[in-house]
Ligand binder design. Structure first.
Ligand code: NAP
Ligand code: MG
Length: 492
């Protein structure tokens, strides 16, 4: 789908209101805000700009719907998710076009995001009917202990712009499976894919009031009332650590269950025994997926001094040859960053590293012309005190730092407040298992640059967050454990 008018018509067909109690409605204030294509800087839609009044209305509906929704048959909830999965895959190209147009990632990557996003619905459709519980007897034999699971209650879901579809399904899937109602605030820079998802869920049979969506250019004006209301029982947030900390403070007022998928500062370690072909391939994925705008993006490349020159040369050769451009154009490898501020941030991090002695092996500057583009960049000999070592770069910049031995690199890798993901390339199997114990992260990729998988528990340690999404644990985040005690009389 590269014909511009077709893309235009498709994007125009996406609803642009707030979605409350099964209806698309305007914001109470009547305000609207623009959605911009970061490749072309064109306004592609104007959407309803919600505020506190809309937030209250949406949460009232979710709270009111909770009781009946919790009592639906698990199989019914499962089948809604399964139908939504099928519809998403049938409309993979359309959804991918919406993602690329509002967010910028190349079309092929956007198709990948749609498949990844849909898989959460399929996974949780399978989990919905296997929630289970436990029955046991106390140690002294006198008490029956019956453990059951119940939906936690109305949930507040807040997602970022970088994976606009998948970050939503990773929360909405388990909430539906568990029997929770929702108020959902997608990022205002990339709301259209979420709105298209709502239409799919409606078509799949999701009852009115279960999922309510309010987007806003002033996110605090919607989310804070939700957290302070006492009507919502859980918050599930994906975004920056700074915002996550604020939401945790607000959620503490009513002791809400909290899941936080926050920022990362991933180390990517290349040992001198690594298969360098695999390491370069892994680096391309871990750095350039999503233009580097991913919480899982390799942020610090630690490369053994013995293989530094060759790794740097080969990575720069690959990164320097990439085609940067509009994600809807055939042949584009790397799309734009999300907004001008993001380009400025990446540029200032590169300038700081170069001022401290880093060598630019390729790239090193924003691109001229329309769109928010930054050239794929490799920096060698980066000083460990550089700002990009302690901040998420969120752009296509690989910062290479030499190291001497395993102990030193483990210490360097752990020298951060974050702990989402790490990557290491080595052929030594003992070292691989040692690293799983010594690197402080929720997820470690050995000889791979990609760890995200709906069947695996995604999440971080330290300031990267609380809880896990996906895998067997994903649904538990939306369930409460209840236990029943009963005296046990043993008959003769
Ligand atoms: P962000 O600024 O924290 O925004 C995330 C979400 O929170 C958006 O919906 C945003 O709304 C909303 N928000 C912003 N300020 C808020 C406030 N004061 N009160 C309530 N909500 C507020 O993060 P971002 O810049 O969009 O996304 C990038 C960050 O997300 C990075 O740190 C990245 O590492 C992290 N991330 C983590 C994961 C993970 O699974 N661990 C996955 C993806 C991204 P608006 O966007 O509409 O302003
Ligand atoms: Mg932001």
């Amino acid at each position: 789908m590269t014909v511009t008018s077709e893309v235009h018509d498709l994007v125009q067909s996406v609803p642009t209101g707030l979605f409350i109690d099964g209806q698309w409605v305007d914001a109470a204030s009547g305000k609207r805000c623009d959605v911009v294509n970061p490749s072309t800087e064109e306004i592609i839609a104007t959407i309803a700009d919600g505020g506190p009044e809309d937030a209250d209305r949406a949460l009232d509906v979710a709270a009111r719907t909770q009781h009946t929704w919790a009592r639906t048959a698990p199989r019914a909830r499962s089948e809604i998710l399964r139908r939504a999965y099928d519809l998403m895959m049938q409309r993979q190209d359309e959804l991918a076009t919406i993602i690329t147009t509002e967010m910028g990632k190349p079309f092929a990557e956007a198709r990948g995001e749609v498949a990844y996003a849909a898989e959460f619905f399929r996974w949780f459709s399978e989990e919905a009917v296997r929630i289970g519980g436990d029955a046991t007897v106390s140690g002294d034999g006198r008490t029956r202990i019956i453990v059951t699971k119940a939906p936690v209650g109305p949930c507040v879901l807040v997602t970022p712009w970088n994976f606009p579809l998948a970050m939503g399904t990773r929360k909405i899937g388990p909430a539906i499976a568990a029997g929770c109602t929702m108020v959902f605030k997608p990022a205002h820079l990339t709301p259209l894919s979420s709105f298209a998802l709502v239409e799919i869920l409606q078509e799949a049979g999701l009852p009115s009031g279960v999922l309510n969506v309010v987007c806003s250019s002033d996110p605090g004006s919607v989310v804070e009332p939700w957290l302070r209301s006492g009507k919502a029982r859980k918050v599930s947030f994906t975004g920056s650590t700074a915002v996550g900390v604020r939401l945790l403070e607000q959620a503490s007022e009513h002791v809400m269950r909290s899941s936080m998928e926050l920022g990362g500062n991933a180390p990517f370690i290349v040992f001198d025994d690594a298969d360098l072909d695999a390491a370069v391939e892994g680096a391309m994925v871990a750095k350039l997926r999503n233009m580097g705008e991913a919480c899982t993006a390799a942020n610090r490349f630690f490369v053994h001094r013995g293989v530094m020159d060759e790794f740097a040369r080969r990575l720069a050769e690959r990164m320097g040859a990439l085609t940067v451009g509009d994600g809807m154009t055939d042949g584009t490898d790397v799309g734009p960053l999300i907004e001008p501020k993001a380009v400025e941030k990446v540029a200032s991090l590169v300038t700081d590293a170069v001022d401290r002695g880093a060598r630019v092996v390729c790239g090193g500057a924003p691109l001229e012309g329309d769109g928010f583009f930054y050239a794929p960049t490799v920096l060698a000999d980066v000083e460990p005190t550089s700002d990009l070592m302690s901040q998420e770069i969120f752009g296509p910049v690989a910062a290479l730092i030499p190291f001497e031995d395993e102990d030193q690199v483990v210490q360097l890798a752990n020298d951060t407040d974050w702990g989402l993901v790490g990557y290491a390339f080595t052929r030594d199997i003992d070292r691989a298992f040692r690293l799983q114990e010594s690197i402080e992260v929720g997820m470690l990729g050995i000889n791979t640059g990609l760890v995200s998988n709906p069947a695996a528990p995604f999440g971080g340690v330290k300031e990267s967050g609380l809880g896990r999404e996906g895998g067997r644990t994903g649904i538990e985040e939306f369930l409460e454990t209840r236990y029943l005690a009963m005296p046990r009389s043993i008959g003769g």
